[in-house]
Design a protein around this ligand. Structure first.
Ligand code: FAD
Ligand code: NDP
Length: 426
């Protein structure tokens, strides 16, 4: 059994949705493009799963947040794919790939061949077992990567109103889920190994602001330690969490957000890997010229910083997907991908954006006892990164523009004095 397509997108997440839209803009013909996804629904905006999807009142539900609404573009429903002659192979895992023969073998036994392949397999959540702790299978231990996980999380949350949740991990999932749990009136304790939350991006001063805000909402922080084991009841449900520092936390539910691993395994030994992802060039093309990689799974050259990075954020998934399709469909008109890293989050009434690189010296600015503050990152006398909480649309655009320009900064005290004004006048 087999089918052949000109273009195949492997994966049906954020990058796949944006790639599909771009293919139609560039004039793909009916029957040329196929998307294969393990998920049973067409691509959706994954960020909604830790935000709107978890709201107690009027939660976001599909089909509302199919791609590409997150970038204020068309909402691609199953009908849209049909009308554009895009073949959807959903609920189907690809279990092996042969890049020399240009074929993919699905778990249902079908061989799908391509002329050009776009790998958009994203990443999987790391499991506690990988850190030597058992219990991921317990019905009240939740991860959050896809719609199935999110639906389960909502059910678990609703099964213990007013109960206690332990959130493991102080990164993006930990911070956004903790806020959502609080909004659902669940008591939250957060546990993570670092000295402060969002350790890889936030400075201690920035982290302190968010931690104090969370504490004011009742969240308890247990820092500098990790989970060592769970207590279970006779039904196999987790009832408590034991930490390495000897302390114990009661738990009606647990949410785990301890990082991800890119889904590269189908291509190991066939394509060059770097930074845990599939190495691609400025056209998002891998070491095999018929194979492109985009989104979380791709390690691409970040021109502005002159190195190769793998970014795990939605803006990079959207833009790398579009660029790959442009490079495939209009090779002569398409240059090198020139991407400015962009991260953001929204929790409670707070909202921040970050552009660039969190390297070098940090200059904080603004009112850390109020609602608008930020930080600049200066490396080798140039602005390389900008963080802003509580900005207006114009202010966020200004820090993005300033960071992209990488202006020279000779006098750090003067930068501190100018604060946000610096970005607004660059
Ligand atoms: P994904 O969207 O993960 O899609 C991968 C797809 O590949 C999935 O459909 C998967 O089922 C499929 N797949 C994988 N392997 C196979 C296989 N062998 N066969 C078939 N199909 C396969 N980023 C932000 O910048 N801001 C946010 O606020 C934000 N919030 C987030 C909230 C949550 C809960 C999560 C999980 C992530 C969030 N992110 C956010 C990150 C962002 O969603 C990802 O960077 C983005 O989804 C990456 O897109 P992708 O297409 O590369 O991978
Ligand atoms: P992150 O990498 O953001 O954070 C993982 C956190 O867990 C880190 O603080 C990490 O510490 C910590 N950790 C690692 N091991 C343990 C352990 N054994 N016990 C306790 N804590 C541990 O990953 P997430 O899981 O939070 O997010 C998953 C993915 O989803 C990421 O790609 C992220 O970008 C994406 N996402 C993005 C959002 C956004 O951009 N707004 C929102 C939600 C998800 P250490 O740093 O020391 O490893």
């Amino acid at each position: 059994m087999g089918r052949a397509f000109v273009y195949v997108i492997l994966g049906g997440g954020v990058a796949a949705g944006y790639a599909a839209l771009e293919f139609t803009k560039k004039g793909v013909s009916h029957g040329e493009l196929c998307i294969i996804s393990e998920e049973t629904v067409v691509p959706y905006e994954r960020p909604a799963l830790s935000k709107g999807f978890l709201l107690p009142e009027a939660p976001a539900r599909l089909p509302e947040f199919h791609t590409c609404v997150g970038a204020n573009e068309e909402r691609l429903t199953p009908k849209w794919y049909k009308e554009h002659g895009i073949e959807l192979v959903l609920g189907t895992r690809v279990k092996s790939a042969d890049v020399r023969r240009k074929t993919l073998l699905t778990a249902t036994g079908e061989t799908i061949s391509y002329r050009v392949l776009i790998i958009a397999t994203g990443a999987r959540a790391l499991k506690l077992e990988e850190f030597g702790v058992n219990g991921s299978d317990a019905e009240n231990v939740c991860y959050l990567r896809d719609l199935t996980d999110a639906t389960r999380l909502v059910n678990v949350m609703q099964s213990c109103p007013g109960g206690n949740a332990v959130v493991i991990g102080g990164g993006y999932i930990g911070m956004e889920c903790a806020a959502s749990l609080v909004i659902n009136k669940i008591n939250v304790a957060m546990v993570f190994p670092e000295a402060h939350c969002m350790a890889r991006l936030f400075t201690p001063k920035i982290a302190n602001y968010y931690e104090e805000f969370y504490k004011s909402k009742g969240v308890k922080f247990v820092k500098g330690t990790v989970l060592s084991s769970f207590d279970f009841n006779s039904e196999g449900k987790v009832t408590g969490v034991n930490l390495r520092d000897g302390s114990h936390l009661p738990a009606d539910m647990v949410v785990v957000g301890i990082g991800i691993r890119p889904n590269t395994s189908l291509f190991e030994g066939q394509l060059t890997l770097e930074k845990g992802g599939i190495k691609v060039n400025g056209r998002l093309q891998s070491s095999n010229s018929s194979v492109y990689a985009v989104g979380d799974v791709a390690a691409f050259p970040v021109k502005i910083f002159g190195d190769t990075r793998r970014l795990e954020h939605v803006d990079s998934a959207r833009k790398s997907a579009r660029h790959a399709v442009a490079a495939i469909m209009e090779p002569d008109k398409t240059g090198e991908f020139d991407y400015l890293p962009f991260f953001y989050s929204r929790v409670f009434t707070l909202s921040w954006q970050f552009y660039g690189d969190s390297a070098g010296e940090v200059i904080h600015f603004g009112d850390f006892s109020g609602t608008t503050f930020g930080a600049y990152f200066v490396s080798k006398c140039h602005l390389v990164g900008s963080f802003l909480e509580g900005g207006t649309k114009e202010e966020y655009e200004a820090i993005a523009k300033a960071t992209r320009l990488k202006p020279s900064v000779e006098d750090l005290a003067e930068l501190e004095r100018q604060g946000l004004g610096f970005a607004l006048t660059v």
